[in-house]
Design a protein around this ligand. Sequence first.
Ligand code: FES
Ligand SMILES: [Fe+2]
Length: 320
Amino acid sequence: MPNRLPLRTFTSPAWPRQEPTWREAKPALIEAVLKRATAKPSGNWFVVGASRDVVRGKASGRTVAGREVVLWRGPGGVLRAGPGACPHLGAPLCDGAVADGRLVCRWHGLALGGGRFGSWSPLPAHDDGVLVWVRLDDVGGEEPLPAPVLPARPPAGSLDAVATVVGRCEPEDVIANRLDPWHGAWFHPYSFANLRVLRTPTEEEDRFLVEVTFRVAGRLGVPVTAEFACPEPRTVVMRIVAGEGEGSVVETHATPLGSGRTAVVEAVVAQSDRRGFALARALAPLIRPVLRQAATRLWRDDLAYAERRYALRSKGAFPG
Ligand code: FES
Ligand SMILES: [Fe+2]
């Protein structure tokens, strides 16, 4: 292949002839890593969705841990958030209008801004440029932090895509799936080949190091070394530490919606030094749906894994 392309030809054993990984994927090890992750502080911040989905002039509604939340852009495009029921007679504020940066209730025209109104008070909100977050102190029950705990990301000029899927499970099931890198080439053979876990987390160095080839088409793939770590209890970050797209990250955020449902918000923030990448950035509006689709396919299977774990846990039948 010409050097400009990151693709390499590779060989891998047929699916049933791969080395089984179950001996290495020790339930107690995964559980210990999960326990350390879920004990980390979140400051009560929850990912709501993609930053670009909260547009000026339009209210956007979500449910987080059973709470209706409304988000909109205030003056200067600043992110605002608050409870989703109008303090007057309870109208859904996600259907509200936005005028001059204020959220206007459609039922009787009450305008809400960045300040308190009766029982309604704005929620702390954070826009990190890729994702939007709200802080729900009564849900989190932790010491509040002024901003969410964010992983390091590639510098500006990178390409990002955000995909959301919803499953019947809890955030910890989503995180546990990601803390089992050994399932990669077995469960997602369409995406991964020749996966090898080089290092498992320890208390001193709490990250996985994994060698894997991203399968592109047939025998063409992109070999990389990636690390997996949890910066906070509901986030797993995969960072490419060697190979094409070094520094690129895939952040998996799990947000409880309530009644046993969890949203998985996955942000891909990619970078590359290759010349082709500038072109890719220019083509971002075209490429984004493709990236999103690839992530969604992986997540259908990973959600099935997380949902299975949750179903077994709910019955007290989880083998781990
Ligand atoms: S319900 Fe919102 S103004 Fe009356
Ligand atoms: Fe997976």
